[in-house]
Design a protein around this ligand. Structure first.
Ligand code: RIB
Length: 301
């Protein structure tokens, strides 16, 4: 199986702050670091490190070449990434507080220049039985889902950031992986409810899919028709939670696409995400398959 991750490539500017800046407030940050990021890029790295054959499609501007180097180092094929000359690479302004939590402001840049022509050219190299992994940081997502479905590809969606274009796509999705804020938004709840209940309600919307809800230190929940499971989180001291969800997504899919059952894949993904939050940055924090397997073995002893 080939896995195509069609998604964003961002430069992440991470500012260490004592607290998230409020409306009308001017706040001095303590430091600035630039990292490789973007939910698409992070998930491609995680999918590849989890042991899959991964192709990344997307777009960068003239300032984004180093993002492709990182993907290639992780073993990801970058032939389907377009280099644009008239637009900047996407970026994210990330505030990181003392607990390692973040809030993220996106500038789409080249990620919003994906065209139907690029989608058609890319999908020509994939067929039924291959998988498509998506987030919501690129343009033309509805067209991409429609064409991939018509080609018989399996589709995994991480609906982040949430917006009105996503609910109509859900009926085409085979794997829905999301956090509790996205789940609450999809279910029109003002604040996240009980995770088990939200997982069940999401499955009721897409009964043929698998739904995987991550709830940070409270673990993760899985539902498919007739099955409901919970996986505890691995307790760690977090320094930076950026890309924890992307790491979980890549390793969960890495498990199931390599033939493991959902319960094993949830453990694999939870351990990978736990390791990622102990390190700074997005893509650079994602562990290798060997590290994750060694930690799983240590936990079983
Ligand atoms: O999920 C984390 C990612 O979200 C960051 O790397 C940032 O670029 C945004 O896309």
């Amino acid at each position: 199986m080939k896995v195509l991750c069609f998604g964003s490539l961002n430069i992440d500017y991470v500012y260490d702050v004592p607290h998230f800046v409020q409306g009308g407030e001017t706040l001095a940050s303590r430091s600035l670091h630039a990292y490789t990021g973007g939910k698409g890029l992070n998930q491609s790295v995680a999918l590849a490190r989890a042991g899959l054959e991964v192709y990344h499609a997307g777009a960068i501007g003239p300032d984004g070449e180093f993002l492709l180097e990182l993907l290639r180092e992780a073993g990801v094929n970058t032939d389907h990434v377009e280099r644009l000359t008239d637009v900047r690479t996407g970026h994210a302004i990330i505030q990181k507080n003392e607990k390692g939590d973040n809030c993220i402001l996106l500038y789409g840049g080249a990620n919003r220049s994906i065209t139907r022509q690029q989608i058609d050219r890319t999908l020509a190299g994939f067929s039924g039985g291959d998988a498509l992994v998506l987030q919501n940081e690129i343009s033309e997502l509805p067209y991409l889902v429609e064409r991939a479905k018509a080609a018989g590809m399996l589709i995994a969606l991480n609906p982040s950031p949430m917006d009105d274009t996503l609910p109509p796509l859900l009926s085409s999705i085979d794997y829905l992986l999301l956090n509790e804020i996205e789940a609450a938004q999809l279910l029109h709840l003002e604040t996240p409810g009980d995770p088990e209940e939200m997982t069940k309600c999401l499955l009721a919307r897409i009964p043929k899919a698998s739904v995987i809800l991550t709830v940070g230190p409270k673990g993760s929940f899985y539902a498919e028709e007739g099955v409901l499971m919970r996986q505890s989180a691995v307790p760690v001291q977090a320094v930076d939670t950026t890309a924890a969800g992307d790491t979980y997504t890549g390793f969960y899919l890495g498990g199931v696409f390599n033939g493991r059952d959902p319960s094993w894949a949830m453990r694999f993904a939870s351990v990978a995400a736990a390791i990622a939050v102990t390190r700074p940055g997005a893509a650079p924090s994602i562990p290798s398959r060997e590290e994750v397997l060694a930690k799983m073995k240590e936990m079983e002893e």
